[in-house]
Design a protein around this ligand. Structure first.
Ligand code: TRP
Length: 332
């Protein structure tokens, strides 16, 4: 049997999953689990760097796990687990910290941004966030990391830490790289015509997988439009383009084509188009929400699934840590 390449990715349990997460990540993870050995992790330790209050952590971890399964991650195919359940992560993180320099950590864009946002809590965990992320990835000796553009610097740092480790202690780790989805990487615009859907910003312009039918309808109907084009075949303003883009994600091709022609013939009625979009969004999101909710409230199932994922991840981690300890001469 040929060895499958190893894929690893993580998501912080710090907010509700939204349509951007679905089309930008989740949907592609579901495809990856068919061809690769996949490790998908909920990064609860990373969450502590910005969210020291743990009162909602358990609930958030459960919700993210449930939403992942509802979106199609199969716990029998991928290892779906929680970061803190795999203690080897923390051990590897400690060793890697000795190979990470203050200068390079301080220069990291995400560190500077978070330090600016939380000036009263610029903790060492925040500084070494990319080191912990590297530990997550190389703990499974993964080569592919499906992440967005905002994580590219962290991956570059991971490669540097790997090179340093391998150079000092011997070739243990492959260099991880971003897995590029190419054309499958769909950008999901926000409903207010500015930027993308987001976990924390402009929540009224973002559709979450946990939104009720009423919330979905309300948000969609509020999307910005105008009086419509006044001449045939005029280019669309950004906020109208966005509505078409959203429609193309969840509506039938014929529906999109009908509105395209209506736009080009200046007969489009944005009210009708938004009603259509709202109903198609409800049709798309409601089953995911309901499935996630059913899983989220089934605590026996959840703990069984999380233990199953943790076992797979630990087995892989323990193999790697044996290699690490002996390479480092810590095998006495
Ligand atoms: N830093 C990632 C983010 O903010 C989350 C993450 C943690 C991650 N560990 C990871 C992503 C390992 C990929 C691989 O989105």
């Amino acid at each position: 049997m040929g060895e499958r390449a190893i894929v690893m990715s993580g998501i912080r349990p710090t907010g509700y999953l939204h349509l951007g997460n679905y089309f930008g990540a989740m949907r592609n993870y579901v495809r990856l689990q068919e061809t690769y050995t996949c490790f998908f992790m909920v990064a609860d330790l990373h969450a502590l760097t910005t969210h020291p209050d743990t009162s909602a952590l358990k609930e958030n971890v459960h919700r993210v796990i449930a939403e992942n399964i509802a979106c199609g991650i199969d716990p029998d195919k991928a290892a779906l687990y929680c970061q803190s359940h795999v203690r080897e992560t923390s051990e590897l993180y400690l060793y890697l910290n000795m190979l990470a320099y203050l200068g390079e950590l301080e220069k990291t864009t995400t560190f500077k941004e978070k330090a600016r946002l939380q000036p009263d809590n610029v903790n060492a965990g925040l500084l070494t966030y990319p080191v912990l992320q590297t530990a997550d990835i190389i703990l499974h000796r993964a080569t592919w990391v499906p992440v967005g553009k905002d994580q590219e610097q962290h991956l570059e740092m991971a490669r540097n830490f790997v090179k340093r480790f391998n150079h000092r202690y011997g070739e243990v780790f492959p260099e991880p790289a971003a897995y590029n989805f190419g054309d499958d990487l769909v950008k999901v615009p926000s409903l207010d015509g500015t930027g993308k859907m987001s976990k924390s910003e402009n929540q009224l312009a973002t559709l979450y997988l946990a939104d009720s039918d009423e919330q979905i309808r309300k948000k969609v109907m509020k999307a910005k439009t105008d009086a419509g084009p006044s001449a045939p075949n005029t280019p669309k303003p950004d906020y109208i383009e966005n509505i078409f883009q959203l429609l193309s994600l969840v509506s039938d091709k014929e529906v999109v084509a009908t509105y395209e022609s209506a736009y080009n013939e200046c007969s489009i009625r944005y009210g009708d188009m938004k009603k259509q979009l709202a109903e198609d969004m409800v049709r798309f999101i409601a089953p995911i929400r309901e499935k996630a909710e059913q899983i989220r409230t089934d605590h026996a199932y959840l703990s069984r699934i999380m233990e199953q994922g943790a076992e797979k991840a630990r087995a892989s981690a323990q193999k790697t840590m044996d290699l690490v300890r002996s390479a480092m001469g810590l095998d006495y």
